[in-house]
Design a protein around this ligand. Structure first.
Ligand code: DC
Length: 221
């Protein structure tokens, strides 16, 4: 039986940073599902395919061979990790992530990955849809201002100049779209453990989750 850890929560809550560290400590493959929606957005914009062009969008998504290698996302053998982390992609991704046909293709891909590998997967619908039967589910939150601060720091560290108000506005807007969309909206799974990371360090959050998983596995053995 494969081990699956599901991490959901809003944009900027720290999911990917936390999941990456846990992946290396628990020897799991880290699957960043947001990156997959971003990749579709990147290629759709490059090819002038609007979110409304369902058929073209599905054809495009089907043609993208996606895989993760050391936390980096490759599409048709190209590492696109930098290209998808820009504010331009962040501002457009929600529209493409709301297309049910795109979600269906990506959810299937994500499930296939979880059959092949022990995974830690982060996103919005992992505990509720993609890995409904995951042994471990966490719902990570933080207040919007703290999340906007973290995003700004993250982008600045990459040399991308941003304005705090813009980032905050983007986060609030994305929260709204992500929680109000018709299919697979962001919600906490009933059996997920919620962790509010406001005022907590990354290490504190990682420690909480690691201890929980580690002690559960130890008591199963
Ligand atoms: O986590 P992120 O910011 O990279 O996610 C990018 C967008 O993709 C986010 O606005 C919501 C969407 N998303 C989704 O709908 N379902 C997922 N499992 C992951 C991300």
């Amino acid at each position: 039986v494969r081990l699956s850890v599901a991490i959901d929560g809003p944009a900027g809550a720290g999911k990917s940073t936390i999941a990456k560290i846990l992946a290396s400590r628990l020897n799991l493959m880290y699957i960043n599902t947001g990156a997959m929606y971003r990749a579709v957005t990147l290629k759709a914009l490059e090819n002038n395919i609007a979110p409304e062009s369902i058929e073209a969008l599905c054809k495009l998504t089907d043609s993208m061979k996606m895989y993760f290698l050391n936390d980096r996302l490759f599409v048709n053998n190209e590492d696109i990790s930098e290209l998808i982390s820009t504010p331009y992609i962040s501002n457009n991704v929600s529209k493409y992530a709301a297309v049910s046909e795109v979600r269906e293709i990506l959810v299937n891909l994500q499930r296939e990955m979880s059959f092949k590998y022990d995974v830690i997967m982060d996103g919005r619908d992992i505990g509720t849809v993609v890995l409904k039967d995951a042994a471990f589910k966490f719902f990570i939150t933080a207040d919007p201002i703290e999340r906007a601060k973290r995003r700004c720091d993250e982008l600045l560290a990459k040399g991308i100049e941003v304005i705090f108000e813009d980032i905050l506005q983007d986060i609030v807007k994305r929260d709204y779209i992500d929680t109000h969309r018709e299919i697979n909206p962001l919600t906490k799974a009933d059996d997920a453990i919620e962790i509010d990371t406001t005022g907590l360090t990354i290490n504190e959050v990682v420690g909480k989750i690691y201890n929980f998983i580690h002690s559960s596995i130890s008591s199963m053995e």
